[in-house]
Design a protein around this ligand. Structure first.
Ligand code: 5U1
Length: 696
């Protein structure tokens, strides 16, 4: 079933539908209601489509067509009535006959233990209490009223006693049944739950907002709230909202189950979505274990949650516990640490990278967010500063989810002080005072100092020593910084002139460590041409390009003399990279460094002259699928091509091996069926290493 409802103005369906008498069409319309409602339920509630899209669309058009011909057959529960109605001028107020409660919060284990103790004391029991646990969705609480199985009203929570009638908007939410499934529902039923916007829908909504130069929503909760409060329900219909139920409001004319978990199961039979993560646990230990599990899973969920709700599962016990003020004594929300917090932007530092790129970094008043204290965050470049419209002195929102690097999400403009200072790019490098340049078509400003700049020098040496480059064990960032600051080295060639006397002068450098470091520097002299080329830090020359250059030129002397035409004939080298390579080798300073390194004794085995078909993986076809954690798929493909393999898009009997990352789907299945070799990421990295490519 397509997520977009078919156009009501599609004429083609009319021609295909035989319109006969009212009686036949009434029967057919009822049949179509049932089929479409079931398909809707399977798709939106069970996440398990039962009809192909085209078939759903055909049935939908057929019903639409009947309703156009026989308007008397059009009813409010028709599956065609989800596309939005005539805009309202305002929302009417509704009174909640059973108040919509809010929840008390727990912020740590002590709060949870206190809650559990209060429950036991009030129930005057030493028995372990049974709790129902559910993720606390970050959405908007709503009440849905059904009479004789038909949705008659949807309302916001409002202040708990009075909310707004948003029935027109509620009807557009595909996972809300317009008519309950089954026949055993009570004549009056009020179901409560959360309308929310899944993360993916939120992201696509904001992509659209950016494209149209409109203001973005700050988070899925605000987006859901904004979408539900539209007077024009067609706008609500265009947003991908979902609903998940979590409690019973009014009920008349039927007994309901005696446990909360069973009530949820009953809701599910009537066509509602309940949370797939819901679980029943025993005692506060069970609650804390569930909290931990969900905290770990939080970032993988397709929707935002801000905590876990624990409810005493037994309804009789709930009734005995009752309420205090507007919150039940039988439930609590155990909140996760906030992923967004506000703080003050106290200043901006400009950091200089290996290629001279100047990165503005926000200096923040330290703030605890997402479980850690954050005191700085990258601002990337001046375009990002402009996009955020951020100034020094502003109150800013810092976002940190899971292990993701904290980012400055937005500015709270209402709190901007008069004294806020506009952030300007520096005109001179903060480290070497060279000019800062920004090419017209580049977002990045760069220090023009090259290796004269101490910062670039340090970064270049760190890169030179790193694992994928010369792999000098023990030469960490701190030691490089000391060596440069103490003027013991000024280029990477100088590393090979270091001796015991100079190294031993470094802070916290014991005799043994100094010996180990010098031995590691000595060992690094034996390398490969590809690693050596990578270690030089030529712009845009990564591991794969270095490998391709090695395959093509075999010898550094030929490469150094290569012209533009020859360079662009190398696999993976385009005009921009070719120009960077030319610039690098034409620079006398770089030539001196290379000569110095070769004189210091850096060497590699003579690369054998190999035609493409002599490369180690020539004649082999690989397919790469799934998510690789340590490299991108394109990077993996580049490595394979550098080793001569062909990389195909689909698995067939001709495939030699499949590199399968996480969440690999049909390609993995097909490779298994065909008995093709499957390499996970670790095995792939091992294969690369066997052929001289070190990743990570
Ligand atoms: N999952 C869930 N969220 N939530 C919010 N359950 C739940 N229950 C609530 C609220 C306000 O209230 C009931 C305790 C009535």
């Amino acid at each position: 079933m397509s997520q977009d409802q078919p156009s009501l103005f599609d004429e083609s369906a009319k021609e295909n539908t035989p319109i006969t008498g009212l009686a036949e069409n009434t029967a057919r319309a009822i049949e179509l209601h049932d089929q479409l409602n079931q398909a809707n339920y399977a798709y939106y509630v069970l996440d398990n489509p039962s009809l192909p899209d085209a078939e759903y669309d055909r049935l939908f058009h057929e019903l639409k067509n009947i309703e156009t011909q026989f308007p008397q057959l059009l009813s409010s529960d028709s599956p065609t009535q989800r596309v939005g109605a005539t805009p309202l001028s305002q929302f009417e107020q509704v009174t909640h006959e059973v108040a919509m409660l809010s929840l008390d919060n727990a912020f740590n284990e002590d709060d949870m233990n206190d809650f559990n103790r209060r429950v036991s004391e009030r129930l005057n029991t030493t028995d372990v209490i049974e709790y129902a646990c559910e993720p606390k969705l970050d959405g908007i609480a709503v009440s849905l009223l059904y009479e004789n199985g038909l949705l008659v009203r949807g309302a916001t929570r409002g202040d708990g006693s009075t909310g707004e009638n948003i029935t027109q908007n509620i009807r557009t939410v595909a996972s809300i049944p317009l008519k309950l499934l089954g026949a055993d529902h009570p004549p009056v039923l009020e179901v409560r739950g959360e309308v929310y916007m899944p993360k993916r829908s939120f992201e696509s909504l904001n992509v659209l907002a950016r494209e149209n130069d409109e203001r973005e929503f700050v988070n899925p909760r605000n987006a859901a709230a904004g979408s539900l409060r539209q007077l024009d329900s067609k706008i609500t219909a265009s947003r991908r909202l979902e609903f998940c139920c979590y409690s019973l409001g009014r009920v008349e004319g039927r007994d309901m189950p005696i446990k909360h978990s069973e009530i949820l199961a009953q809701f599910s039979h009537w066509g509602f979505k309940t949370n797939a993560e819901s679980k029943v646990v025993q005692g506060v230990e069970g609650c804390l274990g569930y909290y931990q599990q969900l905290a770990e899973k939080r970032n993988q969920l397709s929707y935002e949650i801000d905590g876990i709700v624990f409810k005493v599962n037994d309804i009789a016990q709930q009734q005995r516990l009752g309420f205090v003020s507007r919150a039940p004594r039988w439930a609590i929300a155990h909140k996760f640490p906030a992923q967004e917090e506000m703080t003050i932007l106290e200043g901006v530092d400009f950091q200089v990278g290996r290629t001279g790129a100047i990165t503005p970094v926000a200096r923040l008043k330290p703030v605890f967010v997402g479980g850690v204290t954050v005191s700085n965050a990258t601002l990337h470049n001046m375009d990002e500063i402009k996009r955020l419209d951020v100034r020094i002195g502003d109150t800013v929102v810092i976002h940190r989810a899971g292990d993701v690097i904290p980012k400055l999400a937005r500015v709270v403009l209402e709190r901007r002080p008069h004294s806020a200072v506009v952030i300007e790019m520096l005109s001179r490098c903060p480290v070497c005072d060279s000019h800062i340049e920004r090419l017209e078509d580049e977002a990045i400003a760069r220090c023009s100092g090259g290796l004269v700049c101490g910062a670039q020098r340090k970064e270049a040496i760190k890169h030179f020593a790193s694992r994928k480059a010369m792999d000098i064990d023990g030469l960490g960032d701190k030691i490089v910084e000391q060596l440069v600051d103490e003027n013991l080295i000024s280029s990477f060639a100088d590393l090979y002139s270091l001796d015991m006397e100079s190294v031993a002068t470094l802070e916290r450098m014991a005799q043994k460590s100094a010996q180990n470091l010098l031995a590691a520097i000595e060992d690094s002299k034996k390398t490969t041409l590809a690693k050596f080329l990578y270690s030089l830090g030529i712009r845009e020359v990564g591991v794969t390009t270095a490998q391709n250059l090695q395959n093509h030129f075999l010898d550094i002397r030929t490469l150094v003399k290569a012209d533009f035409e020859t360079l662009i004939s190398v696999q993976d080298v385009g005009p921009i990279v070719a120009q960077y390579i030319l610039n690098f080798f034409s620079e006398p300073h770089n030539q001196e460094v290379i000569d110095g390194l070769l004189q210091a004794g850096i060497h590699w085995p003579q690369v054998e002259v190999k035609t493409a078909d002599q490369l180690p993986l020539a004649t082999q076809t690989f397919v790469v699928t799934g998510t690789l954690n340590l490299m991108g798929r394109d990077e993996a493909k580049g490595y394979l091509q550098a080793l001569g393999a062909k990389v195909a898009g689909s698995v067939s009997a001709k495939t030699h091996a499949l590199v399968a990352g996480e969440k690999a789907g049909s390609k993995l299945k097909k490779a298994q069926d065909l008995g093709i070799d499957i390499l996970d990421e670790a095995a792939f990295i091992q294969l690369l290493s066997e052929h001289g490519i070190e990743h990570g």
